[in-house]
Structure formats: C-alpha cells, structure tokens
Design a protein around this ligand. Structure first.
Ligand code: SF4
Length: 344
C-alpha cells in the first residue's frame, strides 16, 4: 500500500498522535478531533497540550467545571464544541469505557459522521475512512471526480467505503490526512513526491488545478449591533450569554440583538437611555461561520455601581471571553482607561 509506506516514512509528529509502536490514546484522539473541527492543526496544538496538562485523563476532564473549560477554550471559537465535549466526556466517564464503533460514537453530542469515523479508525483501527476536506481533495484528483464540492463527499465515499480494511485503518486514514496536508495541497500540489502519482488521473492528465471542482461561494450576510462597555472604578460590566446559541455560556459585554439592518436609535437597550456614552469611532468587525458582525462600541463610566457581574479589567484573563468580546474591550480609548483607573 503506497499510502501506508509513505506514512511510515513521512508522518507528521502531532501531540495527540501515538508514536511508532505505541497504542493510540482514545482520549487524546477524541479531544484532538473535537478541537480540529473547523480549526487548523497549527492552532490546535497549543490548546491540546494545555488541556491534557490540566486534565490528563478523560475522567479529570469529565469532573472539570464547564466555566473552567470555556476559559481554556477561549480563542478557539465555535464554543458549542466545548460544551458538547464536556457533556460527551461525562457520558464516557459514566460508561467507564470508550465507544469504538462509529454508530455509537455518533450518539455523543458534537460527534458527526466525520469525527466518529476519525476516532473509530485512529483510536481503534475500525475499518472506515474519515472524509475531510484534505481527503476529499486527494480523491477528487486521484480519480478526477467531476462533482462539485457539495456533492463530492458522496462520490468520494463510494471509493473509500471498502478501503481501510485489512488492518492499520488508523494509519491509512492518518496517511491520507497527512498526504492531503503536506503533498496534495490545495495550491501547488507536490506531485513529483506523491506516492500516488503513477495512478493519479489529474496528475497524469495535467489537470491538478481543475480538481476538486469548486462551487461558487455565496456572500456571507452582514449583521449589526451595539456593544456597551460600562466601567466603574477599574471594573467592567459583563454578562453571561444564554447557554444555547452562538457563544452560549460565554461572558461578554451587554449588546443589542445582532440583526440584519443597521440599528435605529429606538432599538437601543434600556440602560443606554440613562447613561452618557462615548462612541468609539472604529466599528468592530468579526466573522462567524455564517455571517459578518459589525459592532458599534459605546463606552460609559458609571459613578455608582449597578447590578451585574463587575470584573476587574486586570483580571479579564480569568473569564471565558470569546474573541469578538476581546476585540470590543480593546476599543476602550486609553484616555478613558486612564481616568477610570485613577478613580480606582
Ligand atoms: S499526484 Fe498530485 S494531484 Fe495526484 S494525489 Fe498526488 S499530489 Fe495529489
């Protein structure tokens, strides 16, 4: 098998991956696959290492507090993954065994077809090929599959459904992943170094740039809102977002709802009407998977404290703040920040 031979000599060293001769750690495989959903390997490495240092075993992660997990997850995005991770490890800890079949793994929160296949093959050598973007690209080129990206997965599945059998399914899957990441790259594939070059149709027909056939991406919609930074003696008012939905359970400054149109003055939240606000000239732009968000930032200094969660500006690192909220808080003008801490 060309892929396995190539993998034996060229595999990437990754913190969650078993070294040669060692058995994979299912907890590491599971944690890394959840983190890798929508996130690059380069970004995940640090997060993964921090997590396993803090929670070396699945049981310890299951016993951790969700807020603590969210703090460690800060910056990784797609926070529903962290909440699902916590729910799933609790289920696994209670079962006292790791599920190994894709059909069982898919019953865990946050585990879809791809993640279930990846965990089953890598951790347990289950004969299945997880089809991610890298693997789709390799197969699209290898067999010159003409389907555009939304339909490509099903066609690739027809090719892979009988692969991975006969042992070393996990290495085969990881070999394909590494091949897609290192050799069969989206731009400028390194075909002369590829173990599949003799059979690759796209390469042999000089058509590597034509596969995978791309779809035209629709433009992301825009949403707008106002974010309120309320300060009192070196502290900032934060609130916890509802546990369900975007950034669920994370902390942030109060905002108006995020909507499709630029806000009218009458849409402003109640307390805006009773405070004096300094409007920050630059809007904060943040892109989520399905939309671009534009937030107008307003900063107010409160002479008297009101109800709510007031956190010291010096202690924000202990709070689970998503990236968009960090961007908002960075907008506090230096002058206001100085005045605010003088009052402290
Ligand atoms: S020969 Fe080139 S296009 Fe074909 S699989 Fe290898 S790297 Fe990809």
């Amino acid at each position: 098998m060309n892929v396995l031979k190539w993998y034996d000599q060229n595999q990437r060293t990754l913190p969650w991956r078993a070294k040669k001769g060692e058995a994979p750690n299912p907890y590491y495989v599971y944690l890394s696959e959840i983190m890798l959903q929508q996130t690059t390997v380069a970004t995940v490495k640090d997060y993964f290492e921090r997590f396993i240092k803090k929670w070396p075993t699945l049981k310890e992660l299951a016993e951790a507090n969700l807020d603590e997990i969210l703090v460690e997850w800060q910056g990784l995005g797609y926070y529903s993954r962290a909440r699902n991770l916590h729910k799933a490890v609790k289920v696994l800890a209670e079962l006292s065994l790791f599920l190994s079949m894709p059909t069982d793994l898919k019953k865990l929160p946050g585990v879809g077809d791809y993640t279930a296949a990846a965990i089953a093959s890598i951790a347990f050598d289950y004969p299945v090929v997880p089809i991610d973007g890298n693997i789709m690209r390799v197969f699209a080129r290898l067999f010159a599959i003409p389907s555009p990206v939304p339909l490509l997965k099903q066609d690739v599945y027809k090719y892979t459904s009988r692969m991975g059998e006969g042992g070393r399914s996990g290495d085969f899957a990881q070999g394909l992943m590494d091949l897609g990441a290192m050799i069969c790259r989206p731009l400028n594939p390194r075909c002369t170094e590829c173990p599949l070059k003799t059979t690759c149709r796209a390469y042999n027909e000089g058509k590597t740039t034509e596969f995978p056939v791309s779809k035209i991406k629709p433009e992301k919609p825009k949403r707008y809102g106002v974010a309120y930074i309320l300060l009192h003696k070196g502290k900032i008012l934060l609130e916890k977002r509802p546990s369900k939905g975007l950034l669920g359970g994370m902390m942030g400054v109060p905002t108006t709802p995020w909507q499709d149109e630029v806000l009218n003055p009458e849409d402003l939240v109640m307390f805006e009407k009773s405070s004096e606000w300094h409007k920050v000239s630059k809007q904060v732009k943040h892109t989520f998977t399905h939309f671009h968000l534009y937030l107008t930032v307003k900063v107010g200094i409160r002479q008297e404290i009101c109800d709510g969660c007031w956190v010291s500006l010096d202690n924000l690192q202990s709070v689970a703040l998503p990236t968009v909220m960090k961007k908002v808080i960075k907008q506090i003008p230096h002058e206001i920040l100085r005045n605010c801490s003088k009052i402290n």
